[in-house]
Write a protein that binds this ligand. Structure first.
Ligand code: PBG
Length: 331
C-alpha cells in the first residue's frame, strides 16, 4: 500500500540535505582564466563575454589579488600580443606580453596562489593556428614542439608554476618536460590539455584573443564524437610526464571527465570554456536564468563527474558565493 522506499525522507529539510550532500565545490577547486592585452590603457570587457575583461598590466594585477583573496585555487594567464608573426615569436620573448604578465602576477601573488600559463602559439601567430605551418600550410607538429619548448622555458623563467600546453600536438608533453628538465626547471608542473575537442564552444574565446584563424583546428583537436580517443590521449600524456590532465570543454563532455577521473593516476581538471560562460550570461541578461544557481549547479556537476579542478571565468564570483557554504545556499 505504502512505498517502502522513501528517498524524500533525506530531503525534508536543509539540515538533512546538508548532512547527506555528496559533492562539494570549494573556492580552492576553481582556477580563473585571465586575459592580458599588450598596450591596453584600460580594461575592456570582451564583447561576447560580458564581465570578462581584456586586462591591462595593472588591472590584471588587481584582479589577481581579488581572485586570491576570494580564495580561488589558481590563475591561468593568456596573452594578447600587439603584433603577431608566422612563428609566434613573442611567445618565447621574455618581453612578450604573457611573460611580462607572468612576472607581474608572480611578484604580486606568486606566494599565495598557483600561477598557470597557457602554453600554445595560437594567440601569437598571424595565421591563428596553435603551431607553425609547413610549405603546404599544414601545422608542422615537430617543428612546433621545439617552439613549445622555448615558450615553456620563458614561462617558467617568468614565474609560472604550472604550464598548460593546449595545442594538442603529438608529443607536446614529453617535449616540454624535456626542455624544462634540461634547463633545471624540474619543479615546473604540466597540466596537459589531454582531451581537447574541436568545439564550437570556443567561439567567444577566439574573440577574446583576437584570433586570426581562418579554417579550423580539426587536424589537431579531437572529434566531438570520439570518446575512446580521449583515453588514448590521456594515457600518452601520463606516459610523457603530465602532472595533471584536463578535459575540455566541460559540460558537453562530462562523460569524459568521469572516464578520465576513473582511470587517471593524477589530478583531473575540466575547463568550462568561453561558450559555456557566454550562453549562461546571455540567458541571465534576458532574465531567463538565475546566475548564481545556474553557475553553481554547473560547477557542482563538473565536480560530481569527477573533476578535482575546474577552470571557470566565474571563479572569483563563485568563490565569493561559496565562501561560507559549499553549495552556495547561504545567499
Ligand atoms: C588554445 C586555447 C583554446 C582555449 C584555450 N586555449 C581554444 C581554441 O581556440 O582552440 C579555449 C578557451 C575557451 O574557449 O574558454 N590555445
Amino acid at each position: 500500500m505504502y512505498p517502502a522506499d522513501r528517498p524524500r525522507r533525506l530531503r525534508r529539510n536543509a539540515a538533512l540535505r546538508r548532512l547527506v550532500s555528496e559533492t562539494e565545490v570549494r573556492p580552492r577547486h576553481l582556477v580563473l582564466p585571465m586575459f592580458v592585452r599588450e598596450g591596453a590603457s584600460e580594461p575592456v570587457d570582451i564583447p561576447s563575454m560580458p564581465g570578462v575583461p581584456h586586462h591591462t598590466r595593472d588591472s590584471l594585477r588587481r584582479a589577481a589579488v581579488e581572485a586570491v583573496s576570494a580564495g580561488v585555487g589558481g590563475l591561468m594567464l593568456f596573452g594578447v600580443p600587439a603584433e603577431r608573426d608566422a612563428t609566434g615569436s613573442a611567445a618565447a620573448d621574455p618581453d612578450g606580453v604573457l611573460n611580462v604578465a607572468l612576472r607581474d602576477v608572480a611578484a604580486e601573488v606568486g606566494d599565495d596562489t598557483v600561477i598557470m600559463a597557457d602554453t600554445c602559439l595560437d594567440e601569437f601567430t598571424d595565421h591563428g593556428h596553435c603551431g607553425v605551418l609547413d610549405e603546404s600550410g599544414n601545422v608542422d607538429n615537430d617543428r612546433t614542439l621545439r617552439l613549445y619548448g622555448e615558450m615553456a622555458l620563458a614561462q617558467a623563467e617568468s614565474g609560472a608554476h604550472v604550464l598548460g600546453p593546449s595545442g594538442m600536438m603529438d608529443g607536446q608533453i614529453g617535449a616540454i618536460r624535456e626542455a624544462l628538465d634540461a634547463a633545471g626547471f624540474h619543479e615546473t608542473s604540466l597540466l596537459a590539455y589531454s582531451a581537447k575537442y574541436a568545439s564550437a564552444f570556443y567561439g567567444p574565446f577566439r574573440d577574446a584573443v583576437d584570433s586570426q584563424l581562418s579554417g579550423d583546428r580539426k587536424t589537431y583537436q579531437q572529434d566531438p564524437g570520439n570518446a575512446r580517443e580521449a583515453g588514448r590521449e590521456v594515457a600518452l600524456d601520463l606516459a610523457e610526464g603530465a602532472d595533471m590532465v584536463m578535459v575540455k570543454p566541460a559540460l558537453s563532455y562530462l562523460d569524459l571527465v568521469r572516464r578520465t577521473a576513473e582511470t587517471s593516476s593524477v589530478p583531473v581538471a575540466a575547463y568550462q570554456v568561453s561558450g559555456e560562460y557566454s550562453m549562461i550570461e546571455a540567458a541571465v541578461e534576458r532574465g531567463w536564468l538565475d546566475r548564481q544557481r545556474t553557475v553553481l549547479e554547473t560547477l557542482t556537476s563538473v565536480r560530481r563527474a569527477g573533476a578535482d579542478i575546474v577552470l571557470t571565468y566565474w571563479a572569483t564570483q563563485a568563490a565569493r558565493w561559496l565562501r561560507d557554504e559549499p553549495t552556495g545556499d547561504a545567499e
